[in-house]
Design a protein around this ligand. Structure first.
Ligand code: HEC
Length: 458
């Protein structure tokens, strides 16, 4: 039955392709007013507007026409809009994503053919009146800030941790989170952790912040927010929440990327409080080789001494590392509750090119698949790391995670001078040729880490 449907769909696709290629009726050339503006004003101008995070505005005909060739190239190569999750041979996504920035193939074709055709404006009066909105406005939230930081020009990135006291005197549920960057020119990305024992305050001392590269260096820190430019608020709409224990502090790890001039930044963290305990408890779990023990690492190409080894040899393109994690029967001595995956992200450094996370289930219910790809980022870009959330309102329809299910992270690397990010990372260290890359948290180390936004039934 399924096969017959597929065949039927194929025939339909072929017949429409034939009729449009038949050329009896030449298609009307695309114009800004009728065809391009509706795409650019909804999919680009939110960032590409006056005061937005992008380096130039794309808000009106003159601005877009002036950059038509650049715009066409960026959408055709899928560099823009910034989005990493595409289907690939490794990974076909089963569920749609929320706030999906991707353009359809038809939209890409409209933009490229318009640019190739001299970027005509068309009938001005037909231009849609779409006002771009600022990214990520979280209503009803409290904003928390920390001492402003002046980021001076430097070849080195500045990774700093800032403690915040949210002043929660009782256990508090947070059902939505967001980051409002101070100056987008220097805010590379932002990670926010809990600090249940308030250790960050002493570390920050009188200066109000401390240097921190891999993480905040405080005990029992849970990741709360992973933000990069373009990421929309994480919003559980009252149905789920992160639990912040009474008296708990939070630590903000800012990744500043210095600009050519000194820039003062004042980023804000937004949290929305819930009045009561929600149906689901949200947590972010980080899985993958975060320690040197390399637990779960699978054997692969280039391993030495017959042992699984995380090593990306210098000068090799297409090197793969894989690691697995089997979900245990209990957590903290308690049987695993009903778990659902709300969102997911991939994390590698500069050598990383493609990462996918797959699940093989021990048991399934109803029409749940035995195996599925949860996320694939064949357009992986360190500068655009983010979490992706599924566009599914009924949490029981989100991917289940159960005891015995096996998660596999697969990471593909390009450790050659053909990878522009490798060249740049080497230059920053005054090096001119690739080196073997190992697991670690420094710029010239690599990772293969999955971030899982997991909901547990309360
Ligand atoms: C989430 C914010 C965001 C969205 C949405 C977005 N851009 Fe960008 N764009 C940026 C930023 C930031 C840069 C600067 C380069 C970088 O950081 O990668 C950029 C750079 C560009 C560039 C320059 C690329 C180069 O090679 O120099 C072009 C062209 C571009 N964007 C076009 C578009 C178009 C067309 C769309 C919509 C289809 C779009 N962008 C959507 C944020 C965005």
């Amino acid at each position: 039955m399924a096969l017959r449907f597929a065949g039927f769909a194929l025939v339909l696709a072929l017949s429409t392709a034939c009729s449009s290629n038949g050329g009896e009726e030449p298609q009307k050339p695309a114009t800004w007013a009728e065809n391009v503006a509706p795409i650019v004003l909804t999919k680009c101008a939110n960032c590409h507007r006056d005061g937005g995070i992008a380096p130039f505005p794309l808000e009106n005909y003159a601005q877009v026409k002036a950059k038509a060739a650049l715009v066409a190239g960026a959408v055709e190569s899928k560099i823009m809009p910034p989005w990493g999750a595409y289907d690939s041979a490794d990974c076909k996504h089963r569920l749609p994503f929320r706030d999906d920035l991707r353009l359809t193939d038809q939209e890409i074709k409209t933009i490229t053919s318009w640019a190739n055709n001299g970027a005509p404006e068309g009938d001005k009066s037909k231009t849609p009146a779409i006002k771009p909105t600022a990214d990520g406005v979280l209503n009803g939230a409290t904003s928390f800030s920390f001492p402003p930081r002046t980021v001076a020009p430097s070849p080195q990135d500045d990774l700093r941790c800032f403690p915040i006291d949210p002043g929660f005197t009782e256990d508090t549920w947070i059902d939505a989170t967001h980051i409002v960057p101070g100056d987008p020119r220097v805010v590379h990305h932002v990670l926010v952790y809990t600090d249940p024992k308030s250790e960050s305050v002493a570390k920050a001392g009188a200066e109000g912040s401390y240097e921190c590269f891999g993480g905040p260096n405080v005990a029992n820190a849970d990741l709360l927010i992973a933000w990069a430019p373009g990421v929309q608020p994480m919003d559980f709409r009252g149905k789920a929440g992160f639990l912040l224990k009474a008296g708990s502090k939070i630590v903000v790890q800012m990744h500043y990327h210095p600009a050519e001039v000194s820039i003062a930044d004042q980023t804000k963290v937004q949290l929305r409080k819930l009045g009561a305990k929600p149906e689901w408890n949200a947590q972010i779990a980080l899985l993958g080789n975060i320690d040197k023990e390399a637990e779960g690492l699978e054997k692969g190409d280039g391993d030495r001494d017959g042992k699984a080894e995380f090593r990306i040899p210098a000068g090799v393109k297409g090197h793969v590392e894989k690691m697995g994690f089997t979900i245990p029967p209990e957590i903290d001595g308690k049987p695993l509750p009903e778990l659902r995956l709300f969102g997911i992200g991939t994390h590698m450094h500069w050598v990383g090119k493609d990462m996918s996370i797959n699940i093989k289930r021990l048991s399934v219910k109803g029409d749940e698949p035995d195996e599925e790809c949860l996320i694939g980022t064949p357009q992986y870009n360190f500068n655009w790391q983010r979490s992706y959330t599924y566009a599914v309102d009924d949490f029981m329809k989100l991917p289940p995670l159960r005891f015995g299910d096996r998660l596999t992270m697969k990471c593909t690397y390009d450790n050659t001078m053909g990878n522009a990010y490798v060249v740049k990372a080497l230059q920053e260290k005054k090096m001119s040729a690739p080196i073997d890359v190992f697991l670690g948290e420094a710029t010239l180390d690599e990772m293969c880490l999955g971030a899982f936004v997991v909901l547990a039934k309360n």
